[in-house]
Design a protein around this ligand. Structure first.
Ligand SMILES: C[S@@+](CC[C@H](N)C(=O)[O-])C[C@H]1O[C@@H](n2cnc3c(N)ncnc32)[C@H](O)[C@@H]1O
Length: 481
């Protein structure tokens, strides 16, 4: 081989290097799936450059393959333990895996390696906020701003940390300046609107949202936040328009569709969509019990009382109810009432994983399932002595199929106990502006008859209070003939 040919061989990049170069370009061009194919091939080759695994981890994260991304990042960091961008990347992956403490550890390691880095320190502060260490986050971001007080981006970071740390007034002042300097992003404006709502300033929220929509054009989350604030101000007509617009801009969002339908008086679907129920109760789970107790929620107590009336053994403190199915069990408030009565299994079903977690923590149920009621009944093979749906059918309009399915799962002499919010709805049921459904007495009687259930108890009750007003409902017990 001539000297020139030998030099050319050294200078020409090998296959591994070329694949990685191309993979990096695809990643930069936001084509992570294509990048993965090349980077995985490169990783098999002996001449793969040192950054192959890091790029692969990034591409995997982009495509949502988070566990694999973590694996690749671990391998990359094993080769380069003091590489700040790699540590930051693994921190982002940990965050995506909801490992907030590990995310913080990696962010801290990145800051130690690159103490002057702006992005590393900002991300570290973000990780601190994530685990509610707000004071430290605010301090760090304050330092960053002090280094360059004229930088609106740094002011926005600090403003957001102040918002998250509940320093509402200080945050508003700072973010107001950021907005004046034209550096406010849509995301920041949305947060300002949401925080104004949370801090009891719906009028301010409306102004902020309207201003942003006017200046920056249509945006579904901003319209939804505007609608929320208008509802708080009692401006139902305006809120209906805002939610309709939010829903039109995000047609796949079942949560918005349900609220828009309720506010427009358009009747709504046959039941609230799974998305709506999940989102509502996942968000609500942590506050559910204190909030409902504050509203004088009576349904679980009504269920126990009617059982005691019908079954003297239970009134005497004995069990003997057999297997009990608690549909839409939520955090398990009805389960507290049912546990001692159920001599067999107590099974709970709910669409919201967060509500189920809260129910699990009570240790009352033998089984808990995250599932839609109808889907659960369709695959359930067991029969039950008692099925309860406490304050659940207010998320259903048409309940005929579900009640019939319950009827098929009741053992002879078994009972279905449920509540509905009552109203003189001409079509049997209607979606009210409360976003919940109401049912007429005639409709419930018809549904029971079609399911082959005899109405054993049919009683007007106050279910809870809302804004000081009683919410009227029906407590119903249907028994197999
Ligand atoms: C108002 S809470 C009542 C919870 C509980 N039964 C109680 O009395 O405390 C209504 C529950 O029904 C659940 N839910 C509503 N529609 C559902 C459906 N189609 N399938 C499963 N769960 C549903 C919600 O997730 C929520 O936890």
């Amino acid at each position: 081989m001539t000297q020139i040919a030998a030099a050319r061989m050294v200078a020409t990049p090998g296959l591994g290097e070329r694949l990685v170069e191309r993979g990096a370009m695809l990643l930069a061009a936001r084509q992570p799936a294509d990048a993965i194919a090349l980077l995985e091939r490169a990783a098999q080759l002996a001449d793969a450059p040192g950054n192959t695994k890091g790029l692969l981890a990034e591409a995997l994260l982009e495509t949502g393959r988070i566990e694999q991304a973590l694996d690749a990042a671990d391998q990359a960091i094993a080769l380069a333990p003091s590489d700040a961008p790699l540590l930051m990347l693994r921190s982002r992956i940990q965050r995506a895996l909801k490992n907030s403490t590990r995310a913080l550890d990696d962010a801290a390691a990145a800051v130690m390696v690159a103490p002057g880095g702006v992005e590393t320190r900002r991300w570290f502060a973000d990780c601190l906020s994530e685990i509610s260490r707000h004071d430290e986050a605010i301090f760090l971001l304050g330092q960053l701003l002090e280094e360059r007080p004229e930088d609106p981006q740094r002011a926005a970071w600090l403003g957001l940390a102040l918002l998250r740390g509940d320093r509402y007034e200080a945050a508003e002042e700072l973010l107001g300046h950021v907005a004046e300097r034209g550096a406010e992003t849509r995301g920041i404006r949305l947060l300002r609107v949401q925080f104004a709502i949370q801090h009891g300033q719906p009028q301010r929220a409306v102004e902020l949202a309207q201003d942003a929509l006017w200046n920056r054009g249509p945006d579904s989350p901003l319209y939804a936040a505007l609608g929320h604030a208008q509802l708080l101000l009692g401006q139902r007509g305006e809120a209906a328009l805002a939610y309709a617009e939010a829903s039109r801009l995000a047609p796949a969002d079942g949560y918005l569709a349900h609220i828009a339908a309720a506010l427009s008086g358009g009747g709504g679907g046959a039941r609230a969509g799974d998305d709506y129920v999940r989102q509502l109760f996942d968000r609500y789970a942590a506050r559910f019990e204190t909030s409902l107790l504050g509203l004088g929620y009576r349904v679980p107590g009504l269920v126990l009382r009617v059982l005691e009336e019908l079954e003297p053994r239970i009134a005497a403190g004995e069990s003997g109810l057999g297997d009990v199915l608690d549909l839409g069990c939520g955090t398990g408030l009805a389960g507290i009432m049912l546990r001692d009565a159920a001599s067999g299994q107590l099974v709970g079903v709910d669409l919201s994983a967060s509500m189920i977690e809260a129910a699990r923590s009570k240790g009352l149920y033998d089984e808990l399932h995250v599932a839609e009621v109808g889907a659960y009944l369709a695959q359930e093979e067991r029969g039950y002595s008692c099925i309860v749906a406490a304050d659940v059918f207010c998320y259903f309009g048409a309940i005929g199929e579900t009640v019939a399915a319950c009827g098929r799962h009741l053992l002879p002499g078994g009972r279905l106990i449920f509540t509905v919010e009552s109203g003189a709805c001409s079509g049997g049921w209607e979606l009210a502006q409360s976003m919940r459904y109401r049912h007429s007495e005639a409709y419930i009687r018809q549904v029971l008859a079609e399911a082959g259930l005899v109405p054993e108890v049919f009683r007007q009750e106050v279910l809870r209070h809302e804004r000081g007003e009683p919410v009227d409902g029906l407590l119903v017990v249907g028994r197999t003939a």
